[in-house]
Design a protein around this ligand. Sequence first.
Ligand code: C2G
Length: 133
Amino acid sequence: MTRTVITFGTFDVFHVGHLRVIERAASLGDRLVVGVSADALNERKKGRSPVYSQAERMEIVAALRAVDEVFLEESLEQKRDYIVEHGADVLVMGDDWQGKFDDLEDVCEVVYLPRTPAISTTALIEKISGAGE
Ligand code: C2G
């Protein structure tokens, strides 16, 4: 039987930390589905728009060898529905979300993976914006 893995993220200003979590998630099953968080969700939750639009972020993630399917994540609270809808057996999240999704263990396995140290979209934005100084 096919083991489907699902993961979620904004994946803005795509970097190697994003790639590694996606590749590690894919290695836990046969098929990887990725929920890319909507621009409106980011504006609501983080108070800022991503640098890349949701269409661009989805296009980048969909092009990765490890990824079989992408969809738009419109609400953080709909994880259970997305998991069931996509027939996911495993939910993978970075350990910045450690413990946050344990209540979903009745519908799938929940795995938290360690983040890649010293790289983040925020740090990249700061580095680029300070580059001319
Ligand atoms: N990540 C990582 N190492 C980094 C940076 C990010 O492993 N140095 C992982 C995160 O842990 C996450 C994924 O990359 O699993 C995507 O990160 P973000 O784009 O920051 O995702 P986020 O905005 O936290 O997700 O339902 C979740 C929402 O979609 C928001």
